[in-house]
Design a protein around this ligand. Sequence first.
Ligand code: PRP
Ligand code: URA
Length: 208
Amino acid sequence: MKAIELNHPLIEHKLAILRDKNTGTKEFRELIKEIGMFLCYEAMKDAELEEVEIETPIKKMKTGKLNEDKYAFVPILRAGMGLLEGVTSVIPNAKIGHIGMYRNEETFEPVNYFFKVPKDIEEREVIILDPMLATGGSALDAIDLLKSKGVKKIKFICIIAAPEGIVKVEEKHPDVQIYCAHIDEYLNENKYIVPGLGDAGDRIFGTK
Ligand code: PRP
Ligand code: URA
């Protein structure tokens, strides 16, 4: 599956502010939340609705409703937490799991330090959240962990994706659809996305 990129002038506008090194923590967090909402709408384009009958003030009608119990969001800690508020404003009743991971600064390999997901995770469609898809190492490990728990349908939402990370996910997990706000150019020698936005976790939490 080819990565789906939000292609909209307002998203480019929001990304311009987000990427700017002079943008402070408060505004950075607000923008991650807002773009996360739009990514969630895009990721739910193929959602199956259940037919229900409702009554408007004018008349009865048949329409579609989402069964929110079929979904779970799984942010990759820490930075994935920044996307959680936006996506849960779209699907408030989805359950939430957490995967703790950080990149070893020398090997750039992900280190898993936490894993806690809803008991019935294998019955849910899982949407993984992480603002940055760089080498793809963290995404691959998160997907592997979820599949080992029996999860059958997985989507991956990020703000910025590097071509290198997209290729890795597409090769190993062609069934996982990636949604991103923008596909950037390449990774630098420290495996940071260029031009990117810097360290997403540090900018969300103000840790540097
Ligand atoms: C960042 C980011 C991803 C990962 C992406 O996390 O949020 O999880 O790096 O890199 P990869 O595609 O090369 O694996 P980081 O290790 O900085 O941890 P943090 O979220 O705690 O800041
Ligand atoms: N993690 C980040 O936060 N930023 C990058 O550019 C790459 C990995």
